[in-house]
Write a protein that binds this ligand. Structure first.
Ligand code: ADP
Ligand code: MG
Length: 460
């Protein structure tokens, strides 16, 4: 918008000062030592957030970047006052936050609009908690509708709108109350790539031109590029339990250009931070959560199929890559989402078939050897790697060997896994291990009897 007027689009009534004057140097929200656990069963709680501390100051766009299941939405709900943390505190303008406040606007991925209300009525709901005269409510509603490019759609029903318009309505509703802080949970994740890009660009342009009636924004995302496009500061979340592992300042001018070398470097850097192999949870880390006398601690295995491992290794080994590729580039070429690529790359690292170096992935010697092998040899290489690198595989095989009938119930292993991970992760880990074991002909699984078994063809 080169000819956009310099004055803010929003009315500058005393109570509704422009975004420009809204931004100063003040701490808006402060999270200290927040933990969140969910009840699992009588003997255990499942720790989702561990000791999270952070602040958001006026003038900032802060990104919360992490993979699915790392606890981002849980933290966002705690910061919005929708959930009370198990331990730790949240301060909003230096006062304990004890519930939702009008100063924090929220946007969800799922729009969360009422289907029986028009765009106008849905947006007005954002003012429900504000004691404003009728005329002021109407004025504010049409201002934010304008701002979000929804003019002319005031009387439309949600079912008549595209995903783009639905999310613009969600944003307008959150902005109507002129919150100090806007928190957004994966707000573009449900949109197609181009639509998401448009809306993201529009929002950032309004922010840069100080047309948003806000002091700060926080965006939760699992897209590294999105975080680097939008944020002044990125908090990189690690999973299981969720915690802030890295903090990065992004000092690039807006609008940011994906092709800029500095931009690429940052994306590569964050990729490599996020793909470091997750260490096996140590006994010391767990001593708080469970009693001492326990068996081996297992790490959750991602839902990575042998087929997808073979696909990535073959793509990497073939020309023009020749065993070496820029990870973000490979991701976009293979149309892989971050949430699919990371676990895959980590699995190859775990199995000793690939390595990471500054955002690049390289096949190891073993990986190269694997790529050049026939099906039987590949089976043998993976069988060896699974037994050596996945302790769970080894314990199941050992248990099967001990039993005279060579079967063993899944229950014991499920219980063991659930001591150090959530039931969902435990189920996923078991699914993965069975799938790997079947490929490597280590053992099979009888779904009806719920037991692992050695079969005639299994290698034993
Ligand atoms: P993210 O937004 O990063 O994908 P979430 O905050 O949604 O992660 O979830 C983090 C973990 O907490 C997940 O393992 C999820 O299953 C678990 N979780 C979230 N909410 C609840 C709940 N109400 N009860 C039990 N577990 C939950
Ligand atoms: Mg989430």
């Amino acid at each position: 918008m080169p000819n956009a007027p310099k004055r803010p689009l929003l009315s500058v009534a005393p109570e509704t000062s422009s975004a420009a004057s809204k931004r100063g140097e003040e701490t808006l929200i402060r999270v200290t030592g927040v933990k969140q656990s969910f009840h699992q069963d009588a003997s255990a709680d499942f720790l989702v957030l561990d000791d999270v501390s952070m602040t958001i100051r006026s003038g900032e766009v802060v990104g919360l970047l992490g993979r699915s299941g790392s606890g981002k939405s849980t933290l966002l709900r705690i910061m919005a006052g929708l959930v009370a943390p198990t331990a730790g505190s949240v301060f909003w303008h230096d006062q304990p936050l004890l519930g939702p406040v009008p100063g924090i606007g929220i946007v969800f991925q799922s729009y969360a609009l009422f289907p029986w209300l028009t765009v106008q009525e849905n947006v007005e709901l954002g003012l429900a908690a504000h004691a404003l005269p009728r005329a002021e409510k109407t004025a504010r509603t049409s201002e934010v509708i304008d701002l979000m490019g929804l003019s002319g759609n005031e009387n439309a029903w949600p079912r008549e709108l595209s995903g783009d318009m639905l999310q613009r309505t969600g944003l307008a509703r959150a902005l109507a109350g002129h919150p100090d802080l806007l928190v957004m949970d994966e707000p573009f994740a449900a949109l197609d790539v181009l639509t998401a890009e448009n809306l993201r660009t529009d929002l950032m342009e309004l922010w840069d031109e100080r047309k948003l009636p806000l002091k700060a924004m926080m965006i939760v995302t699992h897209s590294i590029e999105e975080a680097v496009l939008m944020c002044d500061r990125i908090l990189v979340f690690a999973a299981n339990p969720g915690r802030i592992e890295h903090e990065l300042l992004i000092d690039l001018p807006h609008p940011r250009n994906r092709d800029d070398p500095t931009f690429r470097e940052l994306v590569d850097h964050i990729y490599s931070l996020m793909t470091r192999r997750t260490p096996v949870v140590s006994e010391a880390d767990l001593s708080e959560a469970r009693p001492a006398s326990q068996g081996p601690t297992h790490m959750p295995l991602p839902a990575v199929t042998v087929g997808s491992m073979l696909g990535l290794i073959e793509a990497l080994a073939a020309p023009p890559l020749g065993g070496h590729a820029d990870l973000p580039l490979l991701a976009s070429r293979a149309q892989l989402e971050l949430d699919d690529l990371f676990p895959l790359v980590e699995t190859l690292q775990l199995l000793g078939l690939a390595e990471l170096e500054d955002g690049d992935i390289l096949l190891t010697q073993e990986g190269q050897h694997f790529a050049g092998s026939d099906a039987d040899e590949r089976k043998a290489i993976l069988r060896h790697a699974f037994l050596n690198e996945a302790p769970l595989m080894k314990s199941i095989c050992a248990a099967l060997d001990e039993r005279p009938n060579h079967t063993v119930s899944v229950t014991r292993f499920r219980d063991e896994l659930q001591e150090s991970m959530s039931p969902a992760y435990a189920a996923q880990t078991l699914q993965t291990i069975v799938q790997w074991a079947r490929y490597a002909e280590l053992f099979d699984f009888d779904e009806e009897r719920n037991e692992f078994l050695l079969t005639e063809n299994t290698f034993g």
